[in-house]
Design a protein around this ligand. Structure first.
Ligand SMILES: Cc1ncc(COP(=O)(O)O)c(C=O)c1O
Length: 928
């Protein structure tokens, strides 16, 4: 019988209960290294105070206290391990500052460099280098047999801790010199301890659950309790002793889906293995009868993720002596290395690049256009890693992936509700597919000259307008960008749920060009398209949802499109008819270790069979018949990396972003001129029901952040940092140049008064320090300039800041398509035949040009006839089309263009002026 989890309140508050560093619970791994370094400094201070009576005593007490606060978490990591910790404890007990300082420094350095993963000396308290490794060293580290990736295995066990050392030893004995990987084991005795380990130990790759362990940790951490409730479906799941292992397995899978889970039980394994309970487990073993099997299974699990079918095959291919008689003379590099003139290219790139070039699709190289071998396997592994049902590789960026998906899922005449502010590939995709865009507007952030996301109410309004007009059956796709360039994250589960309540077979295209990494970050995942698709699938099939839906249906009745209350009512789809059809595109190269242009299409479409043919056609339409093999291989490798260390890398990238935000915004000098825009500045209060205003203490705890990300309509991705520089008198473009030229800092994009920085898996804390230093230097210079320059300088500075920060142009909304391009002119929906307008402009006779400064523009705006854009006009920044083909131009668009002080405007040449469709051509079309 299962009972609902009653996680007992934290009752143990006696001082003897070890307390975890609760505030930084999720960044424990990062702060741990800091703490060891700090400990090293404190112990050295104690050593230096030797013989100084009370000072020595005080330094010694500092060391003992700090070690006492470092110690509790150490049980969750294999390194430094019981042996090294015991010697440090002994040195403290003996008050031997010299030994203690050497040992702590030894551990601290190994942790910082990660050398313990491959250097035997790191494990040895007596030695400084691996040449003299002793028996305390994990045996496999001693073999020195090339690089073998290192990981850790967590064993959750009911056995007495006094038995743990022996059990670890038994597993270690199973290792063989030819194992491809090497691992260390950590043991914990409770459910809660397992959760702590999985959260803060980045080396963890597998968890072995031995039935019968307890629930409650002896550690006191309110954050942990909070966190647990969340990952046990709000406390709905069973914590009955017999079911703890499988409840834990599910909780782990929700938090770190990449981990391999094994169950050792004396229950009837055959029956259990086939049950839903066992679904998250990789294998079930009958107790410990097959220890060798377990060891091999663990290695096999890692190998599944490590395996890169395409990359590995390409490496093999490159090593074979192959004569080529096909095109691509650069393959094998002979034309390069033998050349008198281009040999430097060969030296620059090295031989492998050329050896790995081929135009063959045989010999295991497979064909991207019809994959059946290594590319297919690599794509399948990608689907698994990213939580999709299918995955496709692209070698021409997400620009092309978007066009593929748009063409695959849209037919001519379909209506697509689309964010006008989305990347141009969507607009061009719609032109090519002949679908009619129904543009919806993102909320404007006028003060930063940028847009956020499209409010759910606007999307629902568009759907209801189509319903009222009788065109809902033609609405096929909702197309949105998540997260936006500037970091606005939708709540995709909520958006899809409510839209599906209005039309249950809608297809969603989420452009997650910037957001591919998010799958691997335990916090971001909830805001991804694939994460939402998985969550909704689980939700719609549950009994609880059915009850919720029945109640909703009874109170709301049939949806009346004229009822304005529907815009604010939470709508629920009928679980019996709803279909989940979700597409996500991501620029792997933007946030993971893929070469430029490497992109992925991820699919969770319950009705994929309906579009499989069109998808193939669209793929053929846009994909080169000579795709770049190196890009394909890098996609395969990027997937491997994320599946094995994505959690560590993405949590670190977020941690660096939090530190940067805290450091810059709290810095007394820097914050006079610069700051990172907070969630409150980037997301209007109406979309932030949680009330969160900023990240990190004192503004918000982790709980606040998770609450906000679970429920708010929009949240700000902390890794996308809008640095406001207008308040220092710099416009975005100017500041970008300054950072690059003077400080060697490259940034992402600019707006009128800000620049966008992004932390990713590549960043280190040194990068963060470089930026902070640059901002401090610049702030000091401004301070000095203002001090030395007197009132005139101050006045000029204030005027510049005012013009950048307050005198900002209003952002123009999409107006409407000219009636010549609308099926129902004057109707409540706004879709139009953009493709027809686009191609009309191919005929010069249909077009005219008017200069932007010409009075004719003002006169046409006042008296007509309408000015209608002949093409897309896209200024950079901000990078969204302020005009699309067939759009009627309004005064606000002209005012915005006239105020724009950017150099790059795609689709507009100042020498020619605005390209318009002639009124006569429009009349002729209307009369057709
Ligand atoms: C939201 C969005 N989608 C798609 C793209 C295009 O991606 P790619 O550069 O991989 O072609 C970009 C590029 O910046 C983008 O910002």
């Amino acid at each position: 019988m299962s009972t609902k989890a009653q996680i007992p309140p934290a009752t143990r508050t006696q001082p003897s209960v070890p307390r975890l560093p609760a505030a930084d619970f999720f960044s424990a791994a990062e702060s741990r290294i800091d703490q060891w370094r700090q400990l090293s400094a404190v112990v050295r201070a104690w050593q230096a105070a030797a013989g100084h009576g009370s000072t020595e005593d005080a330094r010694f007490t500092d060391a003992v206290e700090l070690f006492g606060s470092v110690r509790p978490l150490e049980g969750f990591y294999a390194y430094p391990g019981a042996r090294l910790l015991a010697v440090i404890e002994q040195a403290l007990a003996d008050r031997n500052a010299g030994i203690c300082a050497r040992l702590v420094q030894h551990v601290s350095a190994a942790l910082l460099s990660g050398s313990y993963r491959h250097d035997a000396a790191a494990w040895d308290p007596m030695q400084e280098d691996s040449a003299t490794a002793t028996d305390v060293v994990p045996p496999d580290l001693q073999s020195g047999n090339g690089h073998r990736p290192y990981f850790e295995v967590l064993v959750v066990t009911p056995t007495d801790p006094s038995q743990w050392e022996r059990a670890r030893h038994d597993l270690k004995r199973l290792r063989r010199p030819d194992d491809a990987f090497v691992y260390e084991v950590i043991q914990v005795g409770t459910f809660e301890d397992a959760v702590i380990a999985m959260t803060c130990n980045f080396n963890l790759q597998a968890v072995v659950l031995r039935d019968g362990f307890e629930f409650r940790s002896r550690y006191d951490s309110p954050v942990l309790r909070e966190f647990l409730l969340r990952h046990m479906r709000g406390g709905e799941e069973s914590t009955e002793p017999g079911e703890l292992a499988t409840t834990l397995a599910r909780a782990i899978k929700r938090y770190r889906p990449e981990l391999d889970l094994y169950l050792l039980t004396d229950r009837a394994v055959e029956a259990l293995a086939g049950s839903d309970e066992a679904a998250p487990l990789r294998r079930v073993f009958h107790d410990v009868e097959e220890l060798m099997e377990l060891h091999l299974a663990i290695l096999d699990g890692i190998n599944d993720r490590y395996d890169t079918p395409y990359f590995s095959n390409l490496k093999k291919y490159a090593q074979r002596p192959i004569g080529t008689f096909h095109a691509l003379p650069i393959a094998r590099g002979k034309s390069v290395f033998r050349s008198n003139w281009i040999r430097d290219m060969g030296h620059f790139y090295g031989t492998n690049l050329f050896l790995a070039e081929s135009s063959a699709t045989t010999g295991g190289l497979d064909s991207l256009l019809e994959p059946t071998g290594t590319i297919k396997r690599a794509q399948d592994a990608t689907a698994r890693a990213f939580g999709a049902k299918r995955a496709y590789f692209g070698t021409n960026g997400t620009s092309t992936s978007n066009k593929i998906v748009v063409q695959a899922i849209c037919r001519p005449g379909d209506i697509v509700i689309v964010d006008r502010n989305c990347h141009k590939s969507h607009h061009y995709g719609l032109v090519l597919a002949g679908a009619q865009p129904y543009y919806v507007e993102a909320y404007p952030l006028t003060h930063f000259s940028m847009y956020g996301g499209v409010p759910l109410a606007s999307i629902k309004k568009a759907l209801l307008a189509c319903k009222a007009q009788g065109t809902l059956d033609r609405v096929r796709v909702i197309d949105l960008t998540n997260c936006t360039f500037d970091g606005h994250m939708y709540n995709p589960a909520r958006v899809m749920e409510e839209c599906l309540a209005i039309k249950p077979d809608l297809i969603f295209l989420w452009d997650e060009a910037w957001f591919g990494f998010a799958r691997f970050n335990a916090f971001h995942r909830r805001r991804t398209a694939m994460g939402a698709a998985a969550a909704l699938t689980e939700r719609f099939s549950s009994d609880t949802y059915r009850e919720e839906y029945d109640k909703f249906k009874a109170t709301t009745g049939p949806l009346d499109p004229q009822n304005p209350a529907l815009l604010t009512t939470r709508l629920l789809p009928d679980p019996d008819v709803v279909r989940l059809r979700v597409y996500q595109t991501c620029s792997t190269h933007k946030s993971m270790s893929a070469l430029r242009q490497g992109s992925m299409i991820l699919v969770w479409d319950e009705d994929f069979h309906l579009v499989e043919g069109p998808f193939e056609e669209a793929f053929f339409t846009h994909t080169s018949t000579s795709p770049n093999l190196q890009i394909l291989a890098s996609l395969d490798v990027a997937r491997r990396q994320m599946e094995l260390e994505g959690y560590e890398l993405t949590m670190r990238a977020a941690e660096i972003a939090f530190r940067l935000r805290r450091e810059v915004n709290g810095h007394p000098l820097i914050s006079k001129y610069f700051h990172f825009a907070s969630p409150a500045e980037m997301v209007p209060a109406e979309f932030r029901a949680s009330g969160i205003t900023d990240y990190g203490r004192p503004h918000a705890t982790w709980k606040d952040l998770l609450d906000a990300w679970d429920s708010d309509e929009f949240a700000l991705d902390p890794t996308r940092l809008t640095l406001v520089c207008g308040s220092a008198g710099f416009d975005g473009t100017q500041f970008k140049g300054l950072l690059a030229e003077r400080f060697d800092i490259q940034i992402n994009k600019t707006s009128r008064n800000s620049v966008l920085l992004q932390t990713n898996i590549n960043n280190t804390r040194s990068d963060a320090a470089l930026l902070v230093k640059a901002l401090a230097d610049l702030s000091r210079e401004i301070d000095r300039r203002l001090e030395d320059g007197g009132p005139a300088e101050r006045e000029a500075f204030d005027a510049r800041v005012r013009s950048l920060m307050t005198d900002v142009p209003d952002l123009p909304d999409f107006s409407h398509f000219h009636e010549a391009f609308r099926d129902a002119p004057g109707g409540s929906s706004n879709e139009g035949h953009m493709r027809d307008a686009f191609f009309m402009a191919y005929d010069d006779a249909n077009c005219e040009f008017i200069k932007l400064a010409s009075p004719e523009i003002d006169q046409r705006l006042a008296n007509g006839p309408d000015m209608v854009s002949a093409n897309f006009v896209i200024p950079y920044p901000p990078g969204f089309p302020i005009m699309v083909p067939g759009q009627v131009i309004r005064p606000d668009t002209i005012a915005f263009m006239r105020k724009l002080d950017v150099k790059e405007i795609h689709g507009y040449h100042a020498g020619h002026g605005l390209k318009l469709l002639k009124p006569s051509a429009l009349t002729a079309r209307s009369e057709r």
